[in-house]
Design a protein around this ligand. Sequence first.
Ligand code: GLU
Length: 316
Amino acid sequence: METVGRFAPTPSGRMHLGNIFCALLAWLAARSQGGRMVLRIEDLDTLRTRQEYADKLEEEMAWLGLDWEEGGSKGGPHGPYYQSQCSPIYRQAMEILQQKGLVYPCFCSRAELHAATAPHLADGRYVYPGTCRHLTQAQRAEKAKQKSPALRLAVPDEWVGFEDMLFGPTGENLARTAGDFVLMRSDGVFAYQLAVVVDDLRMGVNQVVRGCDLLDSTPRQIWLAKQLGAKTVPQYGHIPLLVDSEGRRLSKRDGDLCLDGLREKFTAPQLVGKLGALAGLIDRPEPLTAAELAKEFAWEKLPREDIRLPADFSRA
Ligand code: GLU
């Protein structure tokens, strides 16, 4: 079966080096198997995202030598590729889940959600305690007069495991570590978890390579995909995150290391070679194209810990 990989950026700012690293590894993983690439623009939240960032990231991917067969401004057979244009598709998926009795309205305020009574996990995540799950129809109707609800997916007390391409066997109990999660926010915006699952399915994506900050979303997404009728789910590979010299994760907010400065310092093959060496794919950071680096790609070579950036990537 042909590998179909994807890169699914959120255009809420310029891509930083961490996003570029993720795009590169997703591309290498797919291309090293002769696979195809899809570019999906995750601009669900139209207040936070901008078309100009989506356009810019296409230009930057092209500069790096990362191409794709379908998606973004190129379009293709599984469009739309911009999540902002997919509401009718997400609504259909929501109806399937509603018909299965898996969706319920949640009227909790942000303050209630963070109330001290809610169990928090060691890593700072918190699990929704199911407050609104068992409201009666009458209670729901009453509350709906005051407030529009978010919609949550009722998850079972069930372990969902998978074999990560880098981390090996992993998984979690949905009720205990994820809890009933939001499918649509109270302002009517569909949630990432729903959109990503629906889109990976309808675009035929069978290989998902992304940052390991999303590792704990994967059991939820696998379970959700199955509720939506998926016979198979993608293979997942979660890659290490890049951190600065103080161990801080890069973020768009801080304008961390966007390509402008790096393009002044490095050619595309130099940057690709440096990222390839940081990923452990090659021994020395010698310049090479993304296509050349694809020949060196192997999951076994990647580290599982965060990758600290060397000084020549400093912010200055
Ligand atoms: N859109 C997400 C991001 O930019 C990535 C989602 C994914 O790869 O599943 O962080």
